[in-house]
Design a protein around this ligand. Structure first.
Ligand code: GLU
Length: 309
């Protein structure tokens, strides 16, 4: 038995098959959990129904299996969890932390933006809805205080939510619950102790810590692994037309993922099978050695000449 309980998770959005960037996040989370003797869960974040692609969730699970990333227990599916999110929103409404907002996207178009390009909500509906306005979404109030947290890769960080984010959305105008709310409700429900995910979500963490504090939920330990970009420096995503993970040449993709995570396997493992490769990394995994800098996916190196994993 492991003295320190560890429950990690991988939480893909099934908007398409996994690409190299999502493989890096999955491998890092799997390794961190296995190296700690912990559990590793999978959660399908199909909250944003219009963005999900039919069949993508199954494809993702098959891809994880193909890469040797076995998960524990049943897969939690966010589209079946509306009652839990509604209960959390009710709690925020009852405490006065959440308020209705009538602002449209175009009304906010000129609001200042933060370094991530997100609108900093100017607080238009914070005290009351403007006369005659119709509530569309729900926002949660943020305090003018620094939220401090420790990231296992990026170190000690802080963000002033009032200055850099503003009151943020917990239920969208289209009636869908927002990612920020669902993720904290589900991380708590699944007993997640350690979150390992892509660095594109680093600056979502203070919002999530704020919600965990308001809802009395435990705050997991966070680690944000390097973002993977294409040669043009864009984050790999469906929008930037990132290719699905290769079905052949998996060894090369896995080796490249480990290199991006600062754990390139030694030369004597060239030619090793997936299982041997993963066993070696589990034994050598040091999350503090994972670099903070983004890595460039190099598709030219992806297929290798060795037999497939
Ligand atoms: N579903 C999110 C994504 O695919 C990840 C959420 C998380 O790990 O907190 O980007």
């Amino acid at each position: 038995m492991n003295a320190v309980p560890y429950i990690g998770r991988f939480a893909p959005s099934p908007t398409g098959p996994l690409h190299f960037g999502s493989l890096v996040a999955a491998v890092a989370g799997w390794l961190d959990a296995r190296a700690a003797g912990g559990r590793w869960l999978v959660r399908m974040e199909d909250l944003d129904r219009p963005r999900c692609e039919p069949g993508a969730a199954d494809i993702i699970l098959r891809q994880l299996e193909a890469y040797g990333l076995a998960w524990d227990g049943a897969v939690l599916v966010q589209s079946q969890r509306d009652d839990a999110y509604a209960a959390a929103l009710d709690a925020l409404k009852e405490s006065g932390a959440a308020y209705p907002c009538a602002c449209t996207r175009s009304q906010l178009a000129l609001a200042p933006r933060n370094h991530e390009g997100e609108i900093i909500y100017p607080g238009t509906c914070r005290n009351r809805l403007p006369a005659g306005a119709i509530a569309r979404a729900w926002r949660v109030r943020v305090p003018d205080l620094n939220v401090r947290f420790h990231d296992r890769i990026h170190g000690d960080l802080q963000q002033n939510l009032a200055h850099e984010v503003g009151d943020f959305i917990v239920k969208r105008a289209d009636g869908l619950f927002a990612y920020q709310l669902a993720v904290v409700v589900d991380d708590a429900f699944q007993g997640i102790t350690h979150v390992v995910r892509g660095a594109d979500l680093l600056w979502n963490t203070p919002r999530q810590i704020h919600l965990q504090t308001l809802l009395g939920l435990p705050i997991p330990v966070y680690a944000h692994v390097p973002l993977i970009t294409n040669a043009a420096g864009q984050k790999l995503s469906k929008q930037t037309l990132a290719p699905a993970l290769p079905e052949t040449g998996r060894r090369a993709a896995l080796t490249q993922a480990l290199a991006a995570l600062g754990h390139a396997p030694p030369a004597d493992l060239v030619g090793a099978g997936a299982e041997e490769l993963l066993t070696w990394v589990v034994a050598h995994w040091q999350i503090e050695n994972v670099p903070t800098r983004p890595a460039v996916a190099n598709p030219a190196q992806a297929p290798d000449n060795l037999p497939d994993l």
